[in-house]
Design a protein around this ligand. Structure first.
Ligand code: GLN
Length: 529
């Protein structure tokens, strides 16, 4: 089922294989008809993860990048929509040379071609492929068919893993294997026999159950792998290694591996419980009314970047979600922000909760609370500055107020065309762009570089007509795109930490290489504390 942990399982297995000296890449297959994740609501589908080459993908791609510390590309992601789109385009271009184009074999063949292309692109020894969805549903049948065909053509080089959930009903207090037995049968009926069964559940599995699953599912006992709940996802590779998983996989592939070295990774995964200090960060935005669960999925890369940056500072982190709409109802609630060591406003879209965010920015600016604004969080910091420092009371982003007298955040002409013609899919400013840093700025000091590349996902931009005015009043532009002159980073001088970035730095943060601006933000938060 969705949410069972296939993404983290895929990433973790990739990680342990990588630690044995192999080059690993990973592919996510999303069974949706959407061409990409960019048009899906993050509250329902989770974060939209952006690659360097500008693809809007599933949040699992972020897990792969974080665990494997590699940059993936759009070849590593596919959806049903994307696969059909290619096959139909090729048919229109007469590439099938007059043959009848059929769901089988042409759709699975396109899936296989994509898998092979991604593997070749990454020069990978091992390619992890995660098929989303649940066995037995219509949506992913053609992807299972592709997997079956790959195995048929090359049985020595394809292994299957079934990731299943073993419930522990409260009234029984006992882990049940029956759903997994049925899942295995369903997979068998698609012509696939799992080499491994990864058993997600509250606890480690005991021997009687392992034996039962082994017998009923026709899998050796040592190939039934426990994947219990743990307090940090970064501990899962170690959980798998305890059970000798990389050895077994490599033996089946006939590969002689090196010894594993996971010391740094394991130390990182333990900082949270071992640290003697804690930094308290508030994340302010909308979406937050829907409950913690959806939330953490919508902003997973931001959360992971904050954690990694704290851990790199040998500090545990306490994260709190703050709904900006609360400040719209009652502005005295703003004073609760002083309890935090730092406030982060992540990316977002639309009107809801916006005035509450702007009040948050003002509070942080005036009360010296470290502030980190990402994308919308940067744009709204500019709106606040224009209103309350430049005295332009009506200043706004045209995303919220099209007619504003002072469009400090506006839409660039290219985007105007897209909006007019309802071209919303894949048309934002997407993917990696260069950013030149201004000497002496907080950003330049954090990066320790003159120029960087960061990933974007937005339609609106800072309006350069206002650049001189904000700079005169103490908000400096510290990062600019050299090709277009677009403003990428703003900062406030004479503030402990006030940085807004137009890009999404969270997408490039890695557990063992946390993002420099996140690190600087946490450092400033600790200093405030
Ligand atoms: N809504 C803003 C824009 O489209 C910001 C987007 C974001 O935060 N990712 O420009």
């Amino acid at each position: 089922m969705s949410g069972v942990g296939k993404g983290v399982t895929t990433a973790s297995i990739g990680k342990i294989l990588q630690s044995r000296g192999l080059t690993v890449t990973a592919i996510k297959i999303d069974p949706y008809v959407n061409v990409d994740a960019g048009t899906m609501n993050p509250v329902e589908h989770g974060e939209v993860f952006v690659t360097d080459d500008g693809d809007e993908t599933d949040q699992d791609m972020g897990n792969y990048e974080r665990f494997l510390d590699v940059d993936l590309t759009s070849t590593n992601y596919m959806t049903t929509g994307r696969v059909y789109q290619t096959v139909i385009e090729r048919e229109r271009n007469l590439e099938y040379k007059g043959r009848c184009v059929q769901v089988v074999p042409h759709i699975p063949q396109e899936v296989i071609d994509r898998i092979r292309r991604a593997a070749a692109n990454a020069k990978a020894d091992v390619t992890m492929v995660e098929i989303g969805g649940t066995v037995g549903e219509y949506e992913n049948i053609l992807f299972l068919e592709a997997a079956r065909m790959m195995h048929l053509a090359d049985p020595e080089n394809v292994q299957f893993m079934l990731v299943s959930y073993l419930p522990v009903p409260a009234h029984l207090g006992e882990m049940k294997t029956k759903p997994t037995q049925h899942a295995c049968r369903t997979l068998n009926s698609a012509g696939i026999h799992p080499d491994f069964i990864v058993c997600r559940g509250q606890y480690y599995m005991d021997e009687p159950r392992r034996t039962k699953l082994s017998v009923f599912c026709n899998v050796k006992p040592e190939d039934v792998i426990s994947a219990p709940d743990v307090d940090s996802i970064y501990k899962i590779p170690a959980v798998f290694e305890e059970q000798g998983l990389s050895d077994t996989i490599l033996k089946k592939f006939g590969i002689k591996p090196k010894k594993a070295d996971m010391a740094k990774w394991e130390a990182m995964s333990e900082v949270q419980e071992k640290a003697t200090k804690t930094v308290k960060i508030g994340v302010v935005g909308k979406y937050f009314a829907t409950g913690e669960y959806t939330l953490s999925d919508s902003y997973i890369s931001v959360i992971e970047a904050l954690k990694s940056a704290s851990w790199a500072n040998k500090t545990a982190i306490e994260l709190k979600w703050i709904n900006s709409e609360d400040f719209e109802k009652d502005s005295s609630a703003l004073s609760q922000l002083s309890e935090y060591d730092g406030i982060l406003v992540p990316g977002g879209f639309g009107t809801r909760g916006i005035e509450g965010v702007i009040s948050t920015v003002r509070y942080c600016r005036e009360n010296n609370v470290p502030y980190f604004g990402i994308c919308y969080g940067m744009q709204l910091a500019c709106v606040e500055f224009a209103r309350n420092v430049l005295g332009k009371e009506a200043a706004h982003t045209v995303e919220v107020d099209e007619q504003t007298q002072d469009p400090i955040i506006h839409v660039n002409p290219m985007q105007l065309e897209n909006i007019k013609e309802n071209r919303y899919g894949g048309t934002m400013r997407l993917g990696a762009y260069d950013c030149d840093l201004v000497k002496g700025s907080v950003a330049a000091a954090a990066y320790g570089k003159k120029s960087v590349s960061e990933r974007h996902r937005h339609r609106y931009e800072f309006n350069n007509d206002y650049r001189d005015e904000i700079e005169e009043k103490g908000m400096i532009v510290s990062g600019v795109n050299p090709q277009t002159n677009l403003v990428e980073i703003v900062e406030i001088k004479d503030h402990p930490f006030f940085v807004g970035v137009q890009f999404h730095p969270e997408f490039k943060s890695r557990p063992l290489r946390p993002h420099p601006i996140f690190k600087a933000f946490i450092k400033a938060a600790l200093e405030k504390k």
